[in-house]
Write a protein that binds this ligand. Structure first.
Ligand SMILES: *Cc1c(COP(=O)(O)O)cnc(C)c1O
Length: 383
């Protein structure tokens, strides 16, 4: 049997070969500590780190000095939410978020709840998008922080964070955005958007795992309580020796994403739309999430078909994600928040195409999935 076709680019992407080429010298001869300014090794590492910081900032319309390195979006979300809530708790202890956020946001909010904060967790509309008026109504005088993701990792819908940020500004509430899935897919402009803190990660955008960043606005300045105490690196917000090779990889990945975005997004859309065109007429195939306000490479479908309960576990020729895999009770919290019936939500597939997929692969994968669905409807698929 051949290798399955990789269609799980929202879980992680392959590393772009050009990113790997940029990283390797910093694992070999250029091993200096960027904090060592007394010799050439350290200075060369420091220059590479600052170049990468500028590359990451450029993709999101920020200034380099607004960017703080972390180990990924999980850490960024923890630093943003705990850091902002703890720094602002004398002004208020109310937080607002959405039921469809990533667990790194929801679990952090829950921890703060145990520390005495009050959390309002809003339900989105059936299409996965948050209603701006419901959001406005949830903000109170003591709401110190709101957190809403830009792109949902399961259903790919794009929230209007510029509009939501304006509502936060008017209320004196800090606004955090988890943009882990958005870089390279959606144009981000932090120079214009009223967003105070934004979480980023490299490995969903063809960079290495274990490196991310947090954008922390300097004007008006955001105060965060640091979560990692130590040598005072990164404006005192995140101590620890910087992982030069990982940082260089993230910088290269974000630079390439910026260069390719205008041509890559239409290509991804063509691949995704081709895939969907082969499935959408099948009875019982339901698309989850808004189709228009959605990134170009995502499909998320539920199968409301008798005999099809365990179809996703039989898909050996394609690497897709059952969106329920990492959720409690085996059912996606995102699909449940959309009001999906638990049985149907538990039988869902996320298909995300990427930079290295070809039209020929998409045709093969879609024909394969279509055949599987037809087989199980006819009772021909042994579960
Ligand atoms: C992947 C992901 C995260 C976690 O990022 P890591 O870098 O893997 O820690 C957080 N939020 C969203 C929306 C994600 O897709």
């Amino acid at each position: 049997m051949s290798t399955p076709i990789y269609l799980d680019n929202s879980a992680t992407t392959p590393i772009d070969p050009a990113v790997l080429d940029a990283m390797l010298p910093f694992l070999r001869e250029q091993f200096g500590n960027p904090a060592s300014s007394t010799h050439a090794w350290g200075r060369s590492a420091s220059r590479a780190v600052e170049q990468a910081r500028a590359e990451v900032a450029r993709l999101v319309g920020a200034e380099a000095r607004d960017i703080v390195w972390t180990s990924g979006a999980t850490e960024s979300n923890n630093l943003a939410i705990k850091g902002a809530a703890l720094a602002a708790q004398k002004r208020g202890r109310h937080l607002v978020t959405v039921q469809t956020e990533h667990k790194a946001v929801l679990d952090t909010m829950q921890w703060l709840e145990r520390q005495g904060f009050e959390v309002t967790c809003l339900a989105p509309r059936k299409n996965g998008l948050l209603d701006a008026e419901a959001f406005r109504a949830a903000l109170r005088p003591d709401t110190v922080l709101a957190s809403v993701m830009l792109v949902n990792n399961e259903i790919g819908v794009i929230q209007d964070v510029a509009a939501l940020g304006a509502i936060c500004r008017a209320n004196g509430t800090l606004f955090h955005v988890d943009a882990a899935q958005a870089t390279g897919k959606v144009a981000i402009d932090l120079a214009q958007w009223p967003v105070d803190i934004m979480s980023l990660t490299a490995h969903k955008t063809y960079g290495p795992k274990g490196i991310g960043a947090l954008y922390v606005r300097r004007a008006p300045q955001v105060r965060l309580e640091c979560q990692m105490h130590g040598g005072g690196h990164e404006r005192g917000l995140r101590s620890g020796t910087l992982a030069t090779h990982q940082i260089v990889g993230m910088g290269a990945a974000f630079r390439i994403a910026g260069e390719l975005m205008a041509t890559e997004v239409p290509q991804l859309r063509a691949l995704r739309d081709r895939f969907w065109s082969k499935l959408k007429d099948l009875p019982g195939v339901i698309l989850n999430g808004d189709m228009e306000k959605r990134i170009a490479n995502n499909l998320n479908i539920s199968l409301d078909i008798p005999n099809c309960d365990s179809l996703v576990t039989t898909l050996t020729d394609i690497a897709v994600s059952s969106t329920s895999a990492c959720s409690t009770g085996g059912v996606s919290h995102v699909l449940q928040a959309l009001g999906s019936d638990a049985g149907v939500a538990g039988n869902s597939i996320r298909i995300t195409v990427g930079r290295f997929n070809t039209m020929e692969e998409i045709d093969r994968a879609a024909d394969y999935l279509r055949q599987k669905i037809e087989d199980c409807r006819a009772g021909r698929l042994a579960a």
